[in-house]
Design a protein around this ligand. Structure first.
Ligand code: BGC
Length: 409
């Protein structure tokens, strides 16, 4: 059976600035990465074996190679691209916007536009300027207004080059990794701060939403603004005999999704959904099957995407899958992964979900945060020595779907 996606369906790939640009030297992540010792093959210096496993360094050098990257998007028959703008570059010191970097991003966005790519642009993707982290980062009560100032500046400068503004990427993942689990900078482990930072990130989204809406509206139609949520679906294990597992799954689904939507009220025109995995609950613990996993051990469960999409229907706004992908260096599972995930999208559309687009994570192998470069999420392989891009076999598969809008099941 074949399914044809709507003609105006958005097809793209997603990346983020710190993960691909390279030399993001004014950011808190860069500072943190430099504070570690790493294993060096030439000198034999042993790393402290703590996170991050590697520094981002030149990453994929996309700061300079963005045209080549967008050419790959064209080869993929994409009609859109999701990238992010780096706050630490735009506002390297508090209140001072860097005209050179603004010009740079104008060039980047124009390069996407001339290739016929709609631009979905994230303003915050996990990294912060160093000045911001020095004054308490997201624990600072004024953080939302600092962020909103930067967001407003972006709206003023890039209003005609951005199709969809995405304020903050995965606020709750950021909180979990940086303030609960403490793996990412600023490496805090605190339930109280975790709650506070979630509130602050929601406030930041809400402030930025108003400021972006307010500023460029005189110049053109009101911009479209969205929030990007990672949602891990929780469901009860098939072999569970514990009735409390249902309560736990419901509770976790609320904490990881509904709760944050309460905080951002109606301050989003669209929802960006990042879906990677589902967790099954058994005896109050996560117990996932290990039948199909990616290189990071994440359980691959496409039906979970349909479940999450259906859970978002109630918000009554357009939804884009802004990230969905897998670490699969050998490219053995990517093709079936894409097919099965898109089948879930089709089912959700058939059930009335306003799903308008799909962005695969990722275009390129990139800096996978504390793991360094070893997990390979790219449709395109990036050689770590030469940075040469080469298409994985699944590239062709995805490009055919994007070209025809047809999914062969
Ligand atoms: C993030 C990406 C990350 C991807 C794979 C998402 O949570 O937005 O930055 O690379 O997952 O782990």
């Amino acid at each position: 059976m074949n399914y044809t996606f709507p003609k105006d369906f958005i097809w793209g790939t997603a990346t983020s600035a710190h993960q691909i640009e390279g030399n993001n030297t004014n950011s808190d992540w860069w500072e943190w990465e430099q504070s570690k010792k790493y294993f060096s093959q030439s000198s034999g210096v042993v790393s402290e074996r703590e996170f991050p496993l590697e520094a981002s360094g030149i990453a994929c050098d996309s700061y300079n190679r963005y045209e080549e990257d967008f050419d790959l998007c064209v080869d993929l028959n994409n009609n859109a691209v999701r990238i992010s703008i780096e706050w630490a570059r735009i506002e390297p010191t508090q209140g001072n916007f860097d005209e050179k970097e603004i010009l740079h991003y104008k060039k980047v966005l124009k390069a996407a536009k001339v290739r016929g790519l709609k631009t979905f642009v994230t303003l915050h993707h996990f990294t912060n300027p160093i000045w911001f982290s020095k004054i308490g980062g997201w624990t600072n009560v004024n953080a939302p207004s600092y962020f909103a100032k930067y967001a407003k500046k972006c709206a003023e400068e890039f209003y005609d080059l951005i199709d969809v503004f995405l304020t903050i990427n995965e606020p709750q993942v950021y909180v979990y990794m940086s303030y609960f689990h403490g793996i990412w900078p600023p490496n805090k482990v605190s339930a109280v701060l975790s709650l506070w930072v979630q509130i602050n990130l929601a406030r930041a989204n809400n402030r930025a939403y108003d400021d972006i809406k307010g500023s460029p509206s005189k110049k053109r139609v009101a911009p479209i603004i969205g929030i990007v949520k990672n949602i891990v679906w929780h469901e009860v294990s098939k072999s569970s005999k514990n009735p409390l597992d249902h309560v736990v799954a419901k509770f976790l689904n609320f904490i990881g999704s509904g709760f944050f939507f309460l905080l951002v009220k109606n301050k989003f025109d669209v929802i960006g959904l990042n879906y990677y995995f589902t967790n099954r609950i058994k005896n109050l613990k996560t117990k996932n099957p290990d039948d199909v996993t990616n290189d990071l051990g994440w359980w691959i469960y496409p039906k979970g995407l349909e479940n999450v999409l259906l859970s978002l229907k109630k918000y009554g706004v357009d939804i884009f899958v802004t990230e969905n992908g897998l670490a699969d260096d050998k490219d053995e599972k990517r093709e079936s992964f894409i097919r099965d995930m898109l089948e879930s999208c089709v089912k959700a559309i058939d059930k009335g979900v306003n799903l308008k687009g799909y962005f695969h994570w990722s275009l390129l192998d990139n800096y996978e945060w504390h793991h360094g470069f070893w997990p390979c999420f790219g449709l395109v392989r990036v050689d770590r020595k030469t940075l040469k891009r080469s298409k994985r076999p699944s590239f062709k598969y995805y490009s055919e779907i994007c070209k025809t809008g047809e999914l062969k099941l």
